[in-house]
Write a protein of this length. Structure first.
Ligand SMILES: CC(C)(COP(=O)(O)OP(=O)(O)OC[C@H]1O[C@@H](n2cnc3c(N)ncnc32)[C@H](O)[C@@H]1OP(=O)(O)O)[C@@H](O)C(=O)NCCC(=O)NCCS
Length: 328
């Protein structure tokens, strides 16, 4: 078996920033309420001509540059997204073409906010078994196109952006490796966070559009409780599997849904907030993109260093969840 290492990270956030004060003009809300309940102050919004693959492309190019690789070196492309360019073809296939990559296996992965952790885990299997050497995993979302801008309970929470990593076969000298992966889904709780219309269950119709069923719906309180519980359980399981204590972990890079969820998580697992990578104040929840964006920012500003122990922890619709413990 081979080992996998993250050889490059990249991210992209669209230029336009929508602040809480801007939102005050759209729905009945206020900056103080949003900051107190979520920690979010602003979010990035894609330009009208930008779609998910456009942001994924820039994040991928940045990750490739850090890894010192060319598009032709990529053996597999996975794009985790809930807001693809089209229902068909996959955003991964669109990205493969835009990048100028070879004709390689390219697919989208639907696991909502846990998609990036799912994708990294899948990629790790291909590296370990020696099938592929360099894999591009992207989390990219244009959530601004699938949220209801009239629903103040959801529209304040989300933003657009993309993050990417290159997972490569590690050499014998590399200390980097993925130590464990734990992935879950609890479909019995699907109704807490969903987009009911626009699929085969309820195809597009005037009724779907009139009732905004093609947009995100959420039961915020229940999601909050489940997020804290499952994130803590995934982190605890990763520590137990690796016989590590929380003190031995250098960084936790969690799904950036809400600062209060992350504070509650830190408390439950006894992690000092200084070890939690958080950017939700500036990016809001970009679903599958939050973890690779936060990871890239922390790698580029020097917080995350080679050899450190890093925990990725995700939670999202489905209700999917998961953790990856890795030595960076
Ligand atoms: C959405 C969330 C911020 C709401 O916070 P909360 O403390 O649970 O608030 P509630 O839903 O109980 O609402 C409290 C009040 O604020 C109001 N309210 C809701 N959204 C508001 C907004 N944007 N601005 C002002 N008031 C708002 C509600 O209508 C309610 O008013 P009422 O008491 O008169 O009925 C919180 O539940 C949350 O963060 N949940 C997790 C969401 C998430 O992360 N989803 C993605 C997971 S991947």
């Amino acid at each position: 078996m081979y080992r996998a290492k993250i050889s490059g990270t990249g991210s992209y956030l669209p230029e336009k920033i929508l602040t809480n004060f801007d939102l005050e003009k759209l729905v009945e809300t206020n900056n103080q309420w949003i900051v107190e309940r979520t920690g979010i102050r602003e979010r990035h919004i894609a330009a009208p001509d930008q779609a998910t693959s456009d942001m994924a492309l820039i994040a991928s190019q940045n990750a490739l540059a850090m890894a010192g690789l060319a598009p032709a070196d990529i053996d597999l492309i996975i794009v985790a997204t809930t807001s693809p360019d089209y229902p068909m073809p996959s955003t991964a296939a669109v990205l493969q073409d835009k990048l100028g990559a070879r004709s390689v296996c390219s697919f989208d992965l639907s696991a909502a906010c846990s998609g990036f952790v799912y994708g990294t885990s899948i990629a790790n299997q291909f590296i370990r078994t020696g099938v592929y050497k360099n894999i591009l995993i992207v989390g990219a979302e244009t959530l601004s196109r699938i949220i209801n801008w009239k629903d103040r309970e959801t529209c304040i929470l989300f933003g657009d952006g993309a993050g990417a990593i290159i997972l490569s076969r590690a050499s014998d000298q590399d200390q980097s490796t993925i130590l464990s992966e734990h992935l879950y889904a609890d479909g019995a709780l699907n109704h807490l966070l969903d987009i009911p219309g626009g699929g085969s269950r309820l195809p597009f119709s005037q009724k779907v559009l009139d009732e905004n069923l093609q947009l995100v719906r959420m039961k915020g309180r229940e999601i909050f409780k489940n997020a804290v519980r499952t994130l803590a359980s995934c982190c605890g399981e990763a520590l137990e599997t690796n016989k590590l204590t929380v003190d031995e972990i250098d960084w936790v890079v969690p799904h950036q849904a809400n600062a209060r969820i992350l504070e509650a998580l830190a408390k439950l697992i006894h992690l000092p907030m200084s070890k939690m990578i958080m950017n939700v104040d500036k990016t809001a929840n970009t679903s599958a993109a939050t973890i690779p964006i936060a990871l890239d920012q922390a790698v580029r500003d020097g917080r995350i260093q080679r050899g450190q122990l890093v925990m990725l922890a995700a939670f999202g619709a489905g209700l999917t969840s998961g953790s990856i413990l890795l030595k960076f």
